[in-house]
Design a binder for this molecule. Sequence first.
Ligand SMILES: [Zn+2]
Length: 382
Amino acid sequence: MEISSLTNKFIPAKPASKEAEKPLPAAENKIGNTDNKTSSKAAANYFKAAQSINFGGTSGFKIKKLEDVPCPCCGLIMLTPDSTKKHVNRLNMAKGNKLADRIEQEEEPVFRSNERACAMMAAKTARGTDMNLMQAINKANENLPANFNNICTDVLLNASVYCEENFGENSEIFKFLMSKTDNFNQNNDFYRPNLTEELAKFKNTIPEDKYNALEDMIMKMPLDYKSVEKVMKTIVGKSPTIIAQTLYAPSLATAEHVHPHSLGGKNTAANFLSECAGCNNPRSSMSYLEWLKIHPEFSRNPQVYIEHVEGRIVNGELPDSYYSYPVDIKETLTSESEGHINLKVLDKDKLIELRNAKKAGQEVDIHAETEKSEETEKTEEE
Ligand SMILES: [Zn+2]
């Protein structure tokens, strides 16, 4: 297969660890009640029996109200209700090439896997026409199996190009991905966790950062054909606004109970991760060991998340009560994952010290501070 022609549209994924080094955006702690379920239930209770409204629990978890927090599971940037509106407006008015460009070049990083597939199909369908989002989705749905194959093959090809550029055309990993690309015509059998499990055999054969970048690329693939079909069924025939809202819904930040609520997990910050709806909802009460089979990148993204949150604490974007959050969430995650996820975190004293340094105008590098504190701990143990 000719792959060199695809190189120009290939954008390599950034290694996840770089996320923590980015300058943090200004605080935009837009309040507003982002917890629709809790609020509507509370309101219903109020009207039923004049009970006191309790907006506690997840609605009080501040991190999910911050803009630009990376999801600790998939690692993608999460949206708030306000930012979702802006994204929806960017798609519901666009047509033809403008719609295609917006989806492929600007919005693509925000979509989660299954919705990404639907959006990318719409982009390909709209290009060179004057179709709006509704027309493009309706048209793409007419030939869903073939379109599904195209979207999956595109991701596999990009991953193959990445391997060819980094490890050469004789590398086993390149040959593996090319054979997956060439033989991709099995839309009803494809199940992404089977592919990531096969990919994991190459984990120790290439540098860690490159493996992670590759895994992130593969995670752009939809979970399976059925999941994409389900999203398409929900949006086909709907208005562009409803379609766009549905496509962005999984990108919204929610509060994930690390120890599931249904199993007695508490409504406290120490048991919460701010996680996108696309990762939170399907997990339900699944154990983290099962979950890691579906989302292998969850083994590394909580570290990116916590360093980002620590940056927000040091910047003064979260209340002082969050000083102990990193240590608390580390404990909860270690216990819930049976030791498979071990965060490196900064303790309360260190965060206060860094917060004061920041206030005094000093630059603070959370990632470097974390590495330093790990070193000190190791030395002290020895
Ligand atoms: Zn996520």
